[in-house]
Design a protein around this ligand. Structure first.
Ligand code: NAP
Length: 247
């Protein structure tokens, strides 16, 4: 799997999950069922994870504020991949993957907040002091889960795919993660909506990883950037032990 700049650009906006409450668990649990995913931010992380979903058979719309720049990536990924604006990706997706710099959250909230209401949103954003300024301070004060929820108040938010570098995800998730020595890499996730967490678990598996549900959204701090739960390339049992979650 190549993850050059072109391929990474393809993965934009994982926006959206407009799923009914009853449809959510079915989508999450049934491996063969494929959904539409909008990827907001087709950069390093959105491009990488979105590509893994395309390779698993999901339909993915990668979003860019300049979607025409994604054309080479879309061509490379084939008919399951599309490019669109962030607004189009939110509408397209049964679930949405947000993978933009954290400082863009206030703007994204204004532009997309209403259309994200009721959607399953996987949130990979991390706040860094250098890049995100005031948003970093807000996260330090209130926690990453609460801060994301403030900007996307109507969304069924699940923190996911934030806790490692995209190059690690690209390698560990390749070929469904099955050839990884020692077993699949674990992805910590946290969310308040049980059905949305189930959807996220399914999408984590479909990308080639094993989900580890850490707890409600506030527990996303346990694997936030800078925490002791961040940056582990571990299997699910190993990660559960590191996070003190028991067997
Ligand atoms: N890089 C990693 O390894 C990694 C790992 C885990 C989590 N994360 C987190 O994931 C997020 C993205 O990181 P990244 O490394 O993938 O960044 P990146 O490569 O710079 O990509 C970010 C993308 O977001 C889009 N974007 C920027 N501002 C936007 C806005 N206001 N509205 C809509 N789209 C916007 C840009 O697309 P257009 O300019 O085409 O619109 C860009 O392609 C960050 O919060 C980061 O902390 C990164």
């Amino acid at each position: 799997m190549r993850f050059d700049r072109t391929t990474r650009r393809v993965a934009l906006a994982l926006a959206a999950g407009l799923l009914t409450a009853s449809a959510l668990p079915a989508v999450a649990q049934d491996g063969p069922k494929k959904i539409r995913i909008g990827v907001i931010g087709a950069g390093n992380i959105g491009g990488t994870i979105g590509t893994l979903w395309v390779k698993d058979g999901h339909e993915v719309m990668f979003a860019s504020r300049h979607p025409e720049t994604l054309a080479p990536m879309i061509a490379e990924l084939g008919p399951k991949a599309k490019a669109g604006t962030p607004e189009e990706a939110v509408k397209f997706g049964d679930a949405v993957f947000v993978a933009v710099p954290y400082k863009a959250y206030p703007e994204l909230s204004k532009d997309l907040g209403a259309s994200l209401t009721g959607k399953v949103v996987l949130d990979a954003g991390n706040a860094t002091q250098k890049r995100d300024g005031a948003l970093y301070d807000e996260v330090q004060a209130n926690g990453i889960g609460a801060t994301s929820a403030k900007y996307f108040p109507g969304a069924k938010l699940v923190r996911a795919f934030n806790a490692a570098n995209y190059k690690v995800f690209a390698k560990a998730g390749a070929d469904g993660g099955k050839d990884r020595p020692g077993g699949r890499m674990a992805i910590p996730i946290a969310g308040d909506d049980t059905a949305a967490v189930k959807v996220a678990e399914g999408l984590v598996r479909d990308a080639g990883f094993d989900p580890v549900v850490v707890g409600p959204l506030k527990d996303a701090d346990k694997f936030a950037m800078g925490s002791s739960g961040f940056g582990h390339e571990a299997t699910a049992p190993e990660l559960r032990e590191k996070l003190g979650l028991g067997k």
